[in-house]
Design a protein around this ligand. Structure first.
Ligand code: GAP
Length: 452
């Protein structure tokens, strides 16, 4: 029997491990199901995703400020938000193989018995569905007991609501304004899967936009479009993106409307980000439960009201995975050779510039190190490589998505001119070392997604 060709997901997972993007977590102890660690290139990729989000959401705007709230908060937070009673998935167990599955996602689940089958196909009977709370419980302090129970946050959003008044009183903001936060969230997912698409520990990038209630429809439409555009502007293929509006009957308990930005993954369409209209549910609930007034008094109109909230909520890991999948190409070259290339947007690529002496002699490594230092000082993320033939080094950089390679050759030693090789077109241009920084910045600004 012939071995089936690896799927696109298999190829991405293998590239991620081989090149240091993502490793299975605690691998030397046999791993821990569906948990991953980010290697040197993965860390850079995630940092770029977070920077791109923060730049667009906070740095470039005058109506959004940042926050970094605690992961473990007063447990009343989660009683009030509804997570203790409502943040559940229906779960069934297989009486034979002891597999545990989401009752509403049985079609996507696989039985742990090998060869893997659908739940129940191993001959076992499935139990009735039970509600399973997704929050991780822990104990705070040295004594275990009901009085010390706390939760790892399942979303970053609640930390923002708890600090609404603090930010309002300390930051000279007034509705409409937003509070943005990036940080870890934890969910005891019954069936995590598809690599880093769904894991139990992940990072979210969320923003709560506080508005006068009558401006809800306008801001909801604005944020759906703005967040969709963000992905397109950072190079995601628009034909693989769509907006999915949730039917009223399926909305979360706090929600009046919700639209997902979805991506067509190799395993089907999936949620990349949700934009929700949360009304005044959270502020009013926390106000009632804490006894603290979380309304806003507008000094101009003299009106007092509880702001409504529009929330764009993205996943950093899921976005990084989407960039990887969308950027991946096995390109057949005119000579029949195949190169693997990641066409990342230059601001998303983990390495921006590779610096390569043509040969390891005649003073080229020394000159290349000098250029490398100059680019690092200018805050480019660079990678210096002097091993192997130049063509092979280009291919190694293509495979991790480095948009520019700077080659130092005899001409550089004679007249201070380097060759810049572009990842997508493979075109090469001569550039003076003195002009290199400006040249690279201009190339980054004018980058266009290539048609694959
Ligand atoms: N505050 C609203 C909220 O948390 P969500 O749709 O549950 O909404 C927002 O989560 C985003 O967080 C999702 O669109 C997804 O990108 C990411 N996310 C949620 N659960 C995840 C998981 N188990 N693994 C990875 N990312 C996840």
């Amino acid at each position: 029997m012939s071995t089936p060709a690896p799927s696109l997901m298999d190829k991405i997972v293998s590239l991620c491990k081989r090149r240091g993007f993502v490793f299975p977590s605690s691998e030397i102890y046999g791993g821990i199901g569906n948990t991953y660690d980010y290697g040197p290139l993965g860390v850079e990729l995630k940092r770029r995703v977070k920077d791109a989000w923060w730049t667009r959401m906070v740095t470039l705007r005058d109506d959004i400020v940042g926050l970094d709230s605690a992961i473990i908060q007063n447990p009343k937070t989660w009683e009030t938000s509804g997570h203790v009673s409502n943040f559940t998935d229906p779960m069934v167990d297989c009486k034979k193989c002891k597999g545990r599955f989401r009752a509403d996602k049985l079609d996507d689940a696989r039985c742990p018995e090998k060869p893997s089958k659908k739940p129940g196909e191993c001959g076992g009977e499935l139990t009735e569905a039970r509600e399973f709370n997704l929050m991780f419980k822990t104990n705070v302090g040295p004594v275990e007991g009901s009085g010390s129970v706390a939760y790892l946050r399942p979303e970053t959003a609640q930390g923002i609501f708890l600090n609404f008044k603090n930010v309002l009183e300390s930051s000279r903001v007034k509705p409409p304004f937003g509070i943005a936060q990036i940080g870890k969230s934890f969910r005891n997912e019954i069936t995590p899967g598809n690599f880093v698409f769904r894991t139990r520990e992940f990072e979210q990038a969320e923003m709560e936009f506080f508005i006068p209630p009558e401006q809800n429809d306008q801001w909801y439409a604005y944020w759906v479009n703005e967040r969709f555009s963000w992905y397109v502007d950072y190079g995601i293929d628009p034909s693989k993106l769509r907006k999915y509006e949730h039917p009223q009957a399926k909305l979360a308990h706090y929600c009046k409307a919700c639209t997902d930005v979805e991506y067509e993954y190799p395993f089907g369409w999936g949620e990349l980000e949700g934009i929700a209209c949360r009304t005044d549910f959270d502020l009013k609930s926390h106000s009632a439960a804490s006894g603290k007034d979380l309304a806003y008094f507008d000094p101009e109109s003299k009106a007092r009201y509880t702001p409504w909230v529009v929330e764009p909520a993205a996943g950093v890991d899921r976005t990084a995975l989407t960039f990887l999948i969308d950027a991946y190409e096995e390109q057949v070259l005119p000579d029949g050779d195949v190169r693997t290339v990641l066409h990342f947007h230059p601001e998303i690529a983990p390495i921006t510039v590779a610096v390569l002496p043509l040969v390891k002699k005649e003073g080229m490594p020394e000159k290349a190190s000098e250029v490398d230092r100059m680019l690092r000082q200018a805050r480019f993320t660079t990678f210096y490589d002097e091993s192997a033939a130049i063509g092979r080094r280009y291919r190694r950089q293509d495979e991790v998505g480095t948009p520019y390679c700077v080659t130092i050759d005899g001409e550089t030693l004679k007249s201070d001119i380097v060759t810049v090789r572009h990842r997508d077109s493979m075109a090469q241009e001569s550039v003076k070392v003195a002009d290199l920084e400006a040249y690279l910045r201009a190339a980054m600004r004018s980058w266009k997604r290539p048609t694959k």
